[in-house]
Design a protein around this ligand. Sequence first.
Ligand SMILES: N[C@@H](CCC(=O)N[C@@H](CS)C(=O)NCC(=O)O)C(=O)O
Length: 213
Amino acid sequence: MIKLYDFLSCPYGQKVRIVLAEKSLSYDLVTVDLTQNEHRRPDFLRLNPFGRVPVLVDEDTTIYDSTIINEYLEDEYPEPPVLPPVGSSAMRARARIFEDFADTSFTPQVGQLIAEASKPEGERDQNRLQRLHQSVERVLDYLNNELKGQQFLAGEFSVADIGFAPRLLVLKDIGIDLAANNRINVDGWLKRMQERPSIQGLQGVAAEAVLGG
Ligand SMILES: N[C@@H](CCC(=O)N[C@@H](CS)C(=O)NCC(=O)O)C(=O)O
């Protein structure tokens, strides 16, 4: 039985949960409460010395980092795929580039925006808020262009789209309109993703991330 050590509002854990759901893999969820510093406990550090969720344990294999976990799941449980087919090397590379871009240049920025916007009004750094806001808007404009004439970022629904999904789901709650600036491709893309049960399973949790920080 697969075990997933995770904290529900973690967008990286959410990437893994989307893939587990896509592949209809059942698993035991072990909550590591980051607010109680459970990720710093010795028994958790034995699983991931870097002290971060998500961590996946499959029988005697322990893996951390959402991207690496998703690659492992794709190798071990290839159907249905979440990467373009072997042989489509350029498209596989494109999917990985987008996943990495989401992890490094979108997800953290949206998280920081949520944190800054959740502060009491007088304590908010308006310049920082504006900078983060603009950075998120720039990524959305870029994605809108990349999605021209495409259903998904790299062929079929893949880790490229999954990387963005957790944070895309909360943008409306922090006052970012996906369809603004004529971003019809991004708007349609999110709607298509929201039709998938794997994404529907996250929606309540993602909203909690905004409320709970
Ligand atoms: N690159 C990692 C990032 C994981 C990550 O940053 N997890 C956060 C929670 S969303 C965490 O565990 N933070 C605790 C810490 O860094 O001390 C991944 O994709 O899994």
